[in-house]
Design a protein around this ligand. Structure first.
Ligand SMILES: *Cc1c(COP(=O)(O)O)cnc(C)c1O
Length: 379
């Protein structure tokens, strides 16, 4: 059998290399148990029993009125924007994963980039109003690294100007802010359940929304726009449905989410202890009313830090440790947008993106590895 030799080398390699994240897996017996029923029903996808069970469980987790599952977070966001029937300009942040900007552009909307707050790293609400024109229709904020946007201030500006508010909450599963689940801010929140996120369904995504009409439209958009019965459609939909196998993984992982976050917290706190007092390093911000999910461990390297960001990245790499320059470059610097977007208009975002590095963080990361990483960064 071909993989025998390769498997050994992979294992050896895994012993010495550390990646920025490692997907959490439930015990394999739990997954096997969860998929048994699929062999009986022969129902593999299209809103099956496991899909409906996961929908109900996550709706409860999010304390949401309306919740829908999708094949991935990107399609969830793209369809969420489509479901609102938006036209014109959308004020958003360039300090995010490419998906946020692509979802806006692929809806025929124009992203207008607002600079970020240098501590919170989310959209700076004081800079929104100056960007509003008669074409502005919405604000798309990102709870980057699970740091909540300044929801009150953003929503106040939006209410004043009659704008929709959509949050890319891909990083914010299980985050609570000011006494409620983060999912319940704005008109719509999108979550990613990708394998690299705190909670995952291998590939998957979800949308929480307030308005039944939006919910109803979204439920058709993810299934080719079909009405029930599939004999008519009134939306230009796509296929963005989650399969039973993905839903099964989601149900299994949900059983372990508390422990997952607890273990990540322990790793995070050890980093804090080692790096917290180092001159020139800016760590995760302290924010009133925030209950974190420990999704990422971002570090900003100021000029007085022992190393700059790229030196830190390279020296870790030399020891087989892969940190990630999330989010570098700004999405507004990608060449696919070169004629439309102006990164120089968001100098704070540009500066942070040149200084930030996400250190490895996952539930199974040993404390000795954290020490090794800190030793390399500080020597
Ligand atoms: C992961 C991610 C997405 C996209 O989610 P997928 O499930 O990978 O499609 C969107 N926005 C942000 C900020 C992300 O990190």
């Amino acid at each position: 059998m071909f993989p025998a030799v390769k498997r050994v080398t992979d294992m050896e390699k895994n012993n010495e290399t550390i990646l920025v994240t490692q997907s959490s897996m439930p015990p394999i017996e739990e997954y096997v148990e969860a998929i048994q029923s699929i062999w009986k029903s022969k129902w593999l996808t299209n809103m099956g029993k496991l899909h409906e069970e996961l929908t109900a469980r996550l709706q409860k987790e999010f304390e949401a009125e309306h919740f829908l599952l999708f094949s991935n977070g990107h399609m969830a966001l793209e369809l969420a924007l489509q479901s609102l029937g938006l036209q014109g300009e959308v004020i958003t942040t360039p300090f995010t994963f490419l998906s946020t900007t692509l979802a806006i552009i692929r809806n025929g909307l124009t992203p207008v980039f607002c600079d970020i707050d240098p501590v919170r790293l989310t959209i700076d609400p004081d800079k929104i109003e100056a960007l509003i024109t008669e074409k502005t229709c919405a604000i798309v904020g990102v709870h980057i690294y699970g740091i909540p946007c300044e929801t009150r201030a953003i929503e106040a500006v939006a209410a004043k100007h009659g704008l929709r508010v959509i949050y890319d909450a891909a990083h914010a599963f299980h985050v609570r802010y000011l006494g409620q689940n983060i999912a319940n801010y704005g008109d719509i929140s999108m979550f990613s359940f990708h394998a690299t996120k705190v909670y995952h369904t291998i590939e998957g995504g979800g949308v929480v929304c307030r308005d039944f009409k939006v919910y109803d439209r979204l439920s058709r958009l993810r299934n080719f726009g079909f009405f029930l019965g599939a004999e008519d459609g009134d939306q230009f939909g796509v296929n963005a449905k989650m399969s039973e196998f993905h839903a099964a993984m989601g149900l299994c992982n949900l059983q372990h989410i508390q422990q997952e976050i607890h273990r990540r917290k322990k790793v995070s706190m050890h980093y804090d202890m080692r790096l917290g007092k180092v001159n020139g390093l800016q760590l995760f911000p302290n924010i009133n009313g925030l209950e974190r999910n420990y999704a990422y461990y971002p570090v900003i390297f100021h000029d007085t830090a022992p190393k700059n960001r790229d030196e830190a990245y390279d020296s870790l790499q030399k020891y087989g440790i892969t940190a990630r320059k999330y989010f570098y470059p700004l999405t507004s610097r990608f060449s696919c947008f070169k004629d439309i977007l102006q990164p120089e208009k968001t100098p704070v975002a540009q500066d942070i993106s040149d200084r930030i590095l996400c250190l490895p963080l996952y539930a199974a990361l040993p404390i000795e590895a954290v020490n090794r990483i800190c030793d390399i960064l500080l020597n």
